[in-house]
Write a protein that binds this ligand. Sequence first.
Ligand code: ZN
Length: 131
Amino acid sequence: MAFDPWSQTYGWRSRQYPGGVLGLSDRVLSNVQEANELCSISAGFFRLARSMMIPVAIENPHCSRLWSMPAWSQILRRSDIDIAVLDYCACGMLWRKRTRFVSANVVLSHLVFQCHGTEVCDFTGKPHICF
Ligand SMILES: [Zn+2]
């Protein structure tokens, strides 16, 4: 799996401090700040494409702190965007990895497939692989 600076796993961000909690080491703070800059750039790119009627989409884990960042939380409140939530096990993967797709000028609602299996996957009939 790729390193995800927006994961809740590391405790670098919180609901109260989605841009980074206080007391991070210099190395971690540098990573968090770099990810925050990329967040601003991606949100700016998304807004520009939306305003120019260019199809645009971004994906990130459904529970990612990215969605709590001010730039993205403002976008998520818009009525002219589309949000789809997909579990990757619906695509044949052995892991669920619930993922949110946010798009503008393109409808991704056909990607809405969610698994409700706790012990056994609704789609594969096998236990999910947990990372
Ligand atoms: Zn599943």
